[in-house]
Design a protein around this ligand. Structure first.
Ligand code: GDG
Length: 746
């Protein structure tokens, strides 16, 4: 048997071919060090787009020179398609939106189509090498449609996704015209990782607001699928960088820079010239420093390395103009003979020069407006020496701020905040700088790039937590389990069917009175009632259930077990023993108050229970109010014989005897030799599932954790299943496997 393999996917492969020597080269950056540093026993694949067909072929052939186990799979995309995908959708929509830059978003349908197509092509290539049980780790926003395509094709793949940018607040994300398509795919992942906890929180709020998916802090249950969420701050190759920065070569280069760049206090900026990096804010803050503290003029300099990016895009050209004008005006205003306050380079620098600049500068200034993490901050800290420690002034809007707690934090939007931090850095005693540096190094030594990758992969590849109870899927797509379940039921002499009503036999409706059975389904229940000892058990009041099932042979159990009536009986039997008057009026008053407060919410008053419904109300507001009401009632009625539950878009208070579990318990006592199939969708049905244990068949309808053994997707699957339980199935069952079961079972 072949072992599971790992497949990493990023937009571009972090490898290239040296045009002179023809050798394969490793690109710089944390991702490549992180993933190559992971201990791997098995071959691994790395896939990414590569526009040049010839280079693609060379990369495939020479991958083994980097690492014997590495297989590179460059995917060649046609140029226009790649441009529309990458420049059009990734860079003109997702990048600005995820960085809260709404004014830079340009959504064009054709770019979205290209994004869809590029994801489809990448999926096709992944599926050529991926087998069930393999791990696929997707990197970044370029591939947000891949999870759904991969899982549809191969549900046994382990699909992980790491987002390298921030995930914006729901208020921002919901501006995206294709928001549902993207989220519906993302929730199919097994694990999504973020740099920072706030990004994870935003994602949870967004899937709740737009898809109605509830999630806990670290996971969401969607049907029988568990989506795990986690925070994994990326890092750099700490040891490698520390060693390089201390090499004689870098020491010599640093010395050369010290002589060349004359400054008592050099502030360094290294950023791609992107609007998210806040370079213009940095310049304004520096200008404010010189204005506010005139004694620093002539002593303090800013060296800004602005790495060219997307140079032909108009908004980037405009940003460049603005930055260069600001540089000119600061130098014009504060420059003196022999003193040029801002030195500016619009180009990238070699890795050695970069390390030497980190060593040379007394302070690093990062003013990102938003930044997923910011690796430059980490690199600068790691390159410092204890003897001449530099200071890190870091934007509080960079993900790195949550890790690098000993930085001097700044609000880049506030010129004074920048100026004050720089002044503090300038005047800070060396002991304090050493202390801060020590703190930064301590934390960074715990977060190496390899640890980052390993912890993500471990969480992704670890099985689902055993605490999560999910129920085995017996949707018609799983005929084997369905067959097993029917056989178990049929083997008993007394067969009992227990069926919940709303959400189980009928779909949930906006108005409870509209949730009625179709004639066809009424007929089905009638036939089942004749064949089996059938119970319809619901939270509904007596008159409603009677109107639906009066002509059947089913026993009706209303208000969650408070009353029951056998077919043919004229009287309802009450199971109530406590006095509801001690709490009922108080609850009614409170719920009436909430009904007035929350639009489109309403009360349903029954004999032993009372329900506040908010299924049509504005969801976020109503949910907040529901939690408040639940809280109020739980505390206020703590000593009363009443159970309060926060259910599916309802808050319900009911007499303690109204418990479906109690009803089932007495049923099992009365008929100890019976075999039960019990089906329900709501929290109140869980009491029944618990009572039934593994001897009987319990089936949960829809998503969420459950005590049931089995699960179906929705009420229509329940009806298909019930049809199969009849000795003479009439319903046309489309799935041939299921038709076969129906034929074999009888
Ligand atoms: C994205 C997220 C997140 C830069 N200029 C030169 C050069 N660099 C290297 C730096 C650093 C890297 O590039 C830049 O990384 P950042 O993290 O600062 O920013 P993004 O490129 O925007 O990366 C970011 C990151 O993904 C990882 O998840 O942290 O928030 O936006 O390593 O050293 N290297 C050389 N010359 C240069 O001129 N040699």
């Amino acid at each position: 048997m072949t072992k599971a393999k790992r497949i990493f996917v990023s937009n571009r492969l972090p490898f290239n071919i040296n045009s002179k020597t023809g050798a394969i080269q490793r690109g710089s950056g944390g991702l490549v060090s992180a993933l190559l540093g992971v201990h791997l026993d098995e071959p691994f694949f790395w896939m990414g787009f590569e526009p040049d067909k010839k280079i693609a072929e060379q990369l495939i052939a020479k991958a083994g020179d980097v690492n014997k186990k590495l297989h590179l799979r460059p995917v060649v995309l046609e140029k226009d398609l790649y441009n529309n995908f990458y420049d059009g959708f990734c860079n003109d929509v997702l990048w600005p939106l995820f960085h809260y830059e709404g004014s830079h978003v340009y959504f064009r349908r054709k770019d979205w189509q290209a994004y869809t197509e590029a994801n489809r092509i990448m999926a096709e290539k992944i599926l050529e090498v991926a087998n069930p049980g393999d791990t696929v780790w997707l990197h970044d926003f370029h591939f947000m449609l891949l999870p759904a395509i991969l899982k549809d094709a191969n549900p046994q793949l382990k699909v992980g996704f790491f987002l390298h940018t921030p995930f914006p607040s729901a208020e921002i994300f919901r501006q995206l015209p294709v928001r549902e398509e993207i989220l519906k795919s993302m929730i199919r992942c097994d694990l999504i990782g973020f740099h920072e906890h706030s990004y994870l929180r935003h994602f949870s709020v967004t899937i709740k607001a737009l898809l109605g998916v509830d999630s806990g802090v670290f996971k969401a249950e969607i049907g029988s699928h568990t989506l795990k969420l986690g925070v994994y701050p990326i890092s750099i190759d700490i040891d490698d960088m520390r060693e390089k920065a201390r090499s004689p070569k870098i020491a010599e280069l640093t010395e050369r820079f010290r002589k060349k760049i004359k400054s008592n206090f050099l502030i360094l900026g290294v950023d791609r010239l992107d609007y998210t990096k806040g370079i213009e804010l940095k310049l304004r803050g520096f200008s404010r420093l010189l204005e506010k503290y005139p004694d620093l003029r002539g002593k303090v300099n800013l060296l800004q390395v602005a790495i060219p990016t997307r140079i032909n895009v108009p908004s980037y050209m405009k940003l460049r103009q603005e930055v260069e004008q600001l540089v000119g005006s600061i130098n014009g205003e504060y420059g003196q003979p022999g003193y040029v306050p801002v030195q500016y380079m619009f180009r990238s620098v070699s890795e050695n020069d970069l390390l030497a600049l980190y060593r040379r500068a007394e302070c690093m200034l990062i003013t990102s407006k938003r930044d997923g993490m910011n690796l430059v901050a980490m690199e600068y800290a790691v390159c410092q020496s204890h003897e001449t420690p530099g200071l890190l002034a870091l934007s509080e809007f960079a993900g790195a701020a949550s890790l690098l707690a000993q930085s001097l934090f700044i609000n880049p939007w506030d010129e004074d905040s920048i100026a004050n931090a720089l002044y503090r850095a300038f005047t800070m005693p060396v002991e304090e700088k050493q202390h801060r540096l020590q703190g930064l190094n301590n934390i960074l030594s715990k977060y190496s790039a390899t640890q980052w990758a390993e912890s993500f992969l471990t969480d992704l590849e670890r099985g689902s937590p055993s605490t999560v109870r999910r129920g085995v899927d017996i949707s018609p797509d799983h005929p084997e389990t369905l067959r097993e379940m029917i056989e178990k039921f049929r083997s008993a002499s007394r067969k009992i069917l227990i069926l919940d009503y709303d959400g189980t036999l009928v779909a949930i409706q906006d108005q409870p009175l509209s949730a009625v059975l179709s004639d066809e389904n009424k007929k089905l229940i009638k036939e089942l009632g004749r064949e089996y000892q059938t119970y319809i058990i619901s939270g509904r009041p007596r008159d409603f259930l009677e109107s639906q099932f009066s002509d059947t042979e089913c026993t009706l159990v209303t208000e969650h077990g408070a009353y029951s009536k056998k077919a043919g009986d004229s009287e309802w039997q009450s199971h109530l023993t406590s006095d509801i008057r001690s709490w009922f009026p108080e609850v009614k008053r409170a719920m009436e108050e909430y009904s007035k407060r929350v639009p489109l919410s309403f009360l349903e008053v029954k004999s032993a229970s009372i329900v506040w419904h908010y299924r049509q109300s504005p969801p976020a507001f109503a949910e907040y109010q529901a939690k408040k009401l639940d809280d109020e009632l739980q505390v206020g009625l703590a000593n009363q014989p009443v159970t309060v539950t926060l259910g599916h878009q309802i808050v319900e208070a009911r007499a303690v005897e109204c418990n479906k579990g109690n009803f089932v318990r007495s049923l099992l006592k009365e008929f100890p030799d019976c075999s039960v199939i019990c089906i329900g969708d709501d929290v109140t049905d869980e009491d029944m599932f618990k009572q039934l244990g593994s001897k009987h068949v319990s089936i949960k309808v829809g998503p969420g954790q459950t005590n049931a053994q089995y699960r179906v997707k929705d009420h229509s699957e329940v009806l298909t299943l019930l049809e199969l339980l009849k000795s003479q199935p009439t319903l046309e069952v489309r799935n041939p496997d299921v038709r076969q079961i129906a034929a074999e079972s009888f």
